[in-house]
Design a protein around this ligand. Sequence first.
Ligand SMILES: [Zn+2]
Length: 215
Amino acid sequence: MFIGHFAVGFALKKTEPRLPLGIWLVAAMFLDILWPVFLLLGIEKVAIVPGITRVMPLDLINLDWSHSLAMAVLWAILFGAVVFAFVRSRNAFIFGALAVLSHWLLDYATHRADMPLAPHSARYGLELWNSLAGTLIVELGLFFLSVFIYTRGVTAHGKRGWLALVLFVVFWVVMYMMSVFGPPPPNNPTVIAISSLVLIPIVMPWANWVDGKIH
Ligand SMILES: [Zn+2]
C-alpha cells in the first residue's frame, strides 16, 4: 500500500496537533522507510515479477525485519517513545505507535501471503492487490476520507493554504496512479530501495510546510 498509509497520518494528526503532519506520515510509513534500508543491507529480499499480483509486481521474498507483526510492535513502541520524548504527550506515544502498527494491518490486507507474524514465521495476506478496482477504491477512498478528516474544523490561512494542500494531494495521487499503471520498476533491489528512500526527504518537509499553512 502507498497513499493508504498516508491516510492514517492525515487521520491521526488531530490526536496530537503539536506533532506536524510530516511526522504522522512518517509514522504511518515507518515500516516502508526501514524496508529499503534493510534491502540495501541485504537483510531483506525483493524481486520484480510482473503479474505476481494484478496491481503490484512485487515478490517480497523476505520482509521479516521491517514488516513482521512482532517487529512492527517493536518499531511502533520505539517510534512512540521517540515522539513522546519530544512532546511529552500520552497521545503522541499511543497514536504514534498505532500509526506505525497500522502499517502491518494495511499491508496484510493488500499483500499476497508475504506478511510474517514474526521473523521466519508463517506468512499471511488478504491479496487486495489481486483486484485492481478493489485496490483503487480502498486506497483512494481511505486517502480522500482522511484528508477530509484532517481539514475538518481547521481554517487555512487564506486561499494559499488550501492551494498548498490541494497540490500535495494531487501530486501524491498522481504518483500513486503512476505506481499502479506505470511500467514495473527494474528488477534491482538497490534501485528499488533508493527510489523509495528518496521519497522521505520530499514527503516530510513538504507535509510539514502544508500543515503550517493549514493549521
Ligand atoms: Zn509496507
